[in-house]
Design a protein around this ligand. Sequence first.
Ligand code: NAD
Length: 354
Amino acid sequence: MTQEAETATDDVRVVFQAGVKDILVAETQRLGAKNALVLSTPQQSDAALEMAETLGELAAGVFCQAAMHTPVTVTEAAMAHAKEVAADCIISIGGGSTIGLGKAIAYRTGLPQIVIPTTYAGSEATPILGQTENGIKTTLSHPEVLPEVILYDPERIATLPVAMTVTSALNAMAHAAEALYARDRTEKTVHLAIDGLKAFVDGLPRVLAAPTDLTARAETQRGAWACGTVLGQVGMALHHKLCHTLGGSFDLPHAETHAIVLPHAIAYNARAAATELLPICDLLGGENAGRALYDFAQKLGAPLALRDLGLKEEDLDRAAELATTKPYPNPQPVTRDDIRALLQAAWAGTPPAH
Ligand code: NAD
């Protein structure tokens, strides 16, 4: 059965349904497209080829070189390919890396995008594009970047390995956690954030008990949509800033870094926003939202220490420096010494201090 989500943005069509292959042709035709370019990472090229085969004469080809942090060199190669095959639509099957490439092409060409997300990162629901050029990652927000159609198929996320299922889910929950205290939050965004968190708190243990349980996977995909949608609607703060710094300057993996930093950033901000963060305590138990997230992550077998991702202890000073040089809105005032202490705990994997 097709279930269309109540979308926060009227221009986006969101469908939750198993068996995306059964609807892909109709969704492509609905956009008036006749020549779709299918994107993926090299690791998911089989899925891209499967989609192209399903599309038959509506497929212009596949481009399977998507990479983490959307390198502009890859985007340029994909653009040349899109031009050569006269693509009139982009179909992205994958996680944030593949979706990022589709967004980068759409930003430059205005081509419509159909996205089939296979992780929980939530990029499909935002008008935000992060790109990397000469080792520097920049982020922009533009209406053209927001995909026109999102097709959530639980079968396509059921292949996500368990370890990545956990870290990707915590990555999604991080969007919702920071949305709870966002300066520009509304009643609606707070509700959406709580819905997203609840979907993961309820659904994730069931997914881990049976990774191919499509009902549980579908519930967590609803969570990913809610968390991604709030990410696109309100401003993020300390947690996202720290992860951006650690990913961009120390080349740490995206989802794992989010999973490790989240309890520490939330504990830090609970000092100033304990009331706003109460929904996390309500969902997970305990009296400190950061500690509750730490215990939740530990129970799920998530990585807990940045040192296990290869970050060196001697890099912590520079990381604290980089994360505090430009001021940004955050509930708890950001000082270099406090952030250095936060990073020490996240590096060692000890529970958050506050
Ligand atoms: P990813 O897309 O980099 O995927 C990681 C690896 O897992 C890849 O090799 C991928 O092919 C593989 N994979 C993905 N789904 C799979 C599945 N179901 N089965 C088997 N393998 C699978 O990971 P991600 O965490 O989804 O994305 C990270 C990137 O997304 C970062 O660059 C981040 O900045 C970006 N991002 C952007 C936004 C935004 O709003 N702009 C939001 C979240 C993340």
